[in-house]
Write a protein that binds this ligand. Structure first.
Ligand code: ADP
Ligand code: MG
Length: 410
């Protein structure tokens, strides 16, 4: 029997209380009534402080055991999602549906053995399919899998999104639903810009660019897989005002009436990334200095962003957590180094910036009027990013949102 499948992922804040789980179960039931077989993926219940949240399990491990073996840590961390899967499955049963809960391993998710940040190698979906064929809703614990040898692994932060998309790929799902605590993907993080507008339809490329620039509503790995395998995503919330955001290819968006030709604005959203440090290095008269800098950082496995090179020096951005390490490495090599932290990168994401004169001018004007110092800028075909001090980040996002009239978008 061929069944039409929808994978529905519920984030930690969507399964945190009995009331929310019942709302989630209603969404699953609706999907079933529409003629689909739902596969549910759940994250651990709640955020930091909640009894079974991932952060709580991490604190438990760290407080008592300073050097917990990564294998055991993964075994411990995988429990949060397993608890959630069982509770969700029981909720579905209480509401009259047939349901079965699986750990990642039981669901056939095979990963490499990189504990704490494992990658999914493949899925053996037969067991899931067997239950779907018998009319069960299969609830899978997100964020985890097991190695070929059966060792339990976890997929790193945001891993449940990846579980959902990978199951979508292997089960040839029609959609993957990402239920979270906002109604969809917005022109900017609605927690920072209350008047942000929902973006009803995004192409894979547009969504991937926003997410690459820091919009954390979907995990980048999951987004990239969805784009590569052309699995449509729907970002929604349990309150479901409106239809959420549909992420798919342009022809489907046009068919759904979510896109008309020549609608393109130069900027359609603003993304941000916190927790950065700016490193400025004076090259002095050092021969091949810039090469030495980048080679020594590469050797240490440190990734860099927003790189600017000038004859007299270079400036770039690293993760705040490695800021002082970078400073130390480069001082050791004899360079004069200046570190600014904490910083944040604010990015305008749009289309064909290169062909739109004036976008940079508007950005500079808006930030200048608001007395916000721009530490550095960088751009690509469809983004312009600027680095600001963390304390200025929220205001920078707000004034840029206003400057580009995104509150009137859509
Ligand atoms: P979950 O626990 O459901 O996976 P996340 O916290 O990972 O949820 O992702 C949802 C959050 O993403 C929202 O609460 C919101 O603050 C943030 N976010 C950042 N940028 C955006 C954006 N452009 N649109 C919507 N949400 C965004
Ligand atoms: Mg998430």
């Amino acid at each position: 029997m061929t069944v039409k499948i929808v994978v529905q992922k519920f984030g930690g804040t969507s399964v945190n209380t009995r009331e929310l789980r019942e709302k989630a179960a209603l969404k699953v039931q609706e999907t079933q009534k529409e003629g689909f077989s739902p596969v549910v993926v759940v994250s651990a219940m709640g955020r930091k402080g909640a009894p079974y949240a991932t952060d709580t399990l991490i604190s438990l491990a760290r407080e008592e055991f300073s050097n917990l073996d990564p294998r055991d840590l993964d075994l411990l961390l995988s429990c949060g999602e397993i608890i959630s899967a069982v509770v969700m499955s029981q909720t579905l049963r209480r509401m009259g549906m047939k349901s079965v809960a699986f750990s990642g391993a039981q669901a056939g998710i095979i990963t490499d053995n990189h504990f704490g940040d494992a990658s999914i190698l493949r899925v053996e979906p037969d067991r899931i399919k067997k239950y779907l064929d018998k009319g069960y809703v299969v609830v899978v614990a997100g964020f985890q899998g097991a190695t070929e040898e059966g060792e339990v692994t976890t997929l790193g932060r945001g891993g449940s999104d990846t579980t959902a998309v990978v199951l979508g790929i292997y089960l040839q799902a029609d959609y993957v639903d990402i239920f979270t605590d906002v109604n969809g993907v917005f022109t900017a993080d609605p927690r920072i810009v209350p008047e942000a507008q929902i973006l009803q339809g995004l192409t894979y490329t547009e969504a991937a660019e926003m997410i690459q620039q820091g919009a954390k509503v979907i995990h980048p790995k999951a987004m990239n897989l969805a784009r590569e395998y052309r699995i449509p995503l729907r970002v929604r919330s349990l309150s479901d005002e409106g239809k959420g955001t549909l992420i798919c290819d342009i022809s489907t968006l046009t068919k759904e009436g979510l896109r008309i030709l020549s609608q393109e604005e130069p900027v359609y959203s603003i993304a941000y990334r916190r927790g950065l440090a700016q490193v400025r290095v004076n090259l002095g008269d050092s021969e091949n200095g810039e090469l030495k800098i980048f080679q020594s950082l590469a050797q240490e496995g440190i990734s860099i962003d927003l790189v600017s090179l000038f004859p007299e020096g270079t400036a770039f951005v690293v993760d705040e957590t490695v800021g002082s390490k970078v400073e130390e490495i480069l001082r050791r090599e004899g360079f004069e180094v200046n570190l600014t932290l904490p910083c944040a990168k604010v990015s305008l994401v749009g289309s064909d910036m290169a062909d739109r004169p004036g976008v940079v001018a508007q950005l500079v004007e808006a930030l200048k009027d608001a007395n916000i110092e721009i530490l550095q800028t960088g751009d690509s075909h469809i983004t312009i990013s600027c680095l600001v001090k963390s304390q200025d980040m929220e205001r920078a996002i707000q004034v840029l949102h206003h400057k580009f009239r995104l509150e009137k978008a859509c």
